[in-house]
Ligand binder design. Structure first.
Ligand code: S3P
Length: 172
């Protein structure tokens, strides 16, 4: 069966929903940020501070090439994975790309207390989210096989929306 690859901005429930989808479909679950943090032996936040975003993107890219060869897996990705279209091409080899999306304010209210998002270390995080979203919106649209807007959904409801979509397509 094809991989289910979740892309989208931070705070769109990629990890929460991805875990539920994997459990329901009895598939393996992988989270790119979690794998990277464990390989770095430090948090993503710390890695950004120490080595910068460029280095993080290179490591993220290598991992995407690696995970493109997986099968039967639900993969949750970091919000910036779309910045390199080669990451998406690697996932498209054997995957369905589902983009989770939410409005800037919704994203802000979901993650405003998070200390783990290096890109939000800004005096005006809502503005920063708007800026990142404006830049990435076309990239998410280009990459996605489908977009699920989840402003009015919980993580669990998002998972069920993903499962409903999967029922309508061919996944083998
Ligand atoms: C990032 C999102 C984060 C993480 C890193 C960069 C981004 O992942 O990969 O902090 O560029 O949007 P989440 O989307 O899981 O928060």
């Amino acid at each position: 069966m094809k991989n289910i690859v979740l892309i989208g901005m931070m705070g769109t429930y990629k990890t929460t929903a991805g875990k539920i989808v994997a459990k329901e479909l009895k598939k393996k679950f992988l989270d790119t940020d979690k794998i990277l943090a464990s390989r770095f032996n430090m948090s993503i936040n710390r890695y950004f501070e120490k080595y910068g975003e460029q280095s993080f993107r290179e490591q993220e890219h290598m991992l995407c090439l690696e995970l493109g060869d997986e099968t039967d897996t639900v993969i949750s990705t970091g919000g910036g994975v779309v910045k390199n279209y080669d990451n998406i091409l690697a996932f498209k080899k054997n995957g369905i790309i589902i983009c989770l999306s939410a409005s800037p304010y919704q994203i802000y209210s979901r993650i405003k207390n998070s200390k783990t998002r290096p890109l939000l270390k800004s005096p005006n995080p809502l503005k920063k989210i708007e800026e990142i979203l404006a830049e990435r919106d076309p990239l998410y649209k280009k990459a996605a096989d489908v977009i699920i807007h989840n402003d009015y959904m919980s993580g669990r409801q998002t998972a069920y929306a993903i499962l409903d979509y999967i029922k309508t397509i061919k996944t083998d």
